[in-house]
Design a protein around this ligand. Structure first.
Ligand SMILES: [Zn+2]
Length: 243
């Protein structure tokens, strides 16, 4: 990805979420929603394992491990993405120390505290995860997304498939895109969804410390652009200029 990351607007986020929720391929849908609502990196998404999930006090949590043997090596092939991950040395390892070991609550609804007039919107992400991995049963269903885990390339492809369905991601103007041009591949990457997750935390007044903890950013400085976007939206001088 050559351009800077660009978060989705509230409107584009809604379109993307709706498209994912109704997408006819469950694995594509699940991949897209995980990217948007957990903010984990493409590489991490591909390695998500049934064992990362835990029910605590009625909620579903996902724990991103620290350096650990690649979860995709069940058939003795080395995962190409881990092979290229110098940091992990053929193991799975999140990009930063701050990224490993973090626990993320899987949301069951979402909203924007300041700009939404309607209340929380339900999200089927939790039930989709429980169903895909059969978390309620002793012997799990899939251990990895889609059975064998996903390559970064495949995660990119799935995100674009949902973006296409949502009619977003073709032309960008500060991250706000509504126009669809048939024949063009949507310009939307998992990292834009991670950026959206960061902005969404700021939209709902998460404090910077909490944002670092959730997103695996090592320092507050790198979160400032997202906080700025959210505060501009709240002031109303950002979203209006794109409608
Ligand atoms: Zn791997």
């Amino acid at each position: 990805m050559e351009r800077d990351v660009e978060p989705l607007s509230r409107q584009a986020m809604s379109l993307f979420t709706d498209a994912a929720e109704s997408f006819d391929d469950d694995v594509v849908a699940l991949t897209a929603l995980i990217a948007l609502f957990t903010g984990v990196r493409n590489y991490t998404i591909g390695h998500i394992h049934a064992d990362w999930f835990n029910h605590v006090n009625g909620a579903l949590w996902m724990k991103v491990p620290t350096k650990t043997p690649c979860t995709k090596t069940a058939d003795d092939t080395i995962c190409g993405d881990c092979n290229q991950n110098k940091r992990g040395g053929r193991d799975f390892a999140p990009k930063s120390d701050a990224g490993g070991g973090r626990r993320l609550k899987i949301p069951e609804s979402w909203h924007n505290k300041h700009t939404d007039t309607e209340s929380q919107q339900d999200l089927s992400l939790r039930s989709m995860i429980e169903h895909h991995f059969k978390l309620e049963e002793e012997s799990h269903g899939n251990m990895l997304l889609g059975g064998k885990g996903l390559s970064k390339r495949t995660v990119n492809k799935y995100v674009k498939a949902v973006a296409e369905e949502a009619d977003i991601g073709f032309f960008r103007n500060n991250g706000y895109v509504q126009h669809r041009d048939l024949g063009r591949v949507p310009d939307l990457f998992p990292h834009d969804l991670r950026a959206t997750y960061c902005v969404q935390l700021a939209r709902n007044d998460a404090n910077p410390w909490k944002m670092c903890k959730r997103t695996g950013h090592a320092d507050i400085e790198s979160l400032k652009p997202y906080i700025k976007i959210a505060s501009q939206e709240i002031e109303g001088d950002f979203e209006n200029s794109f409608i």
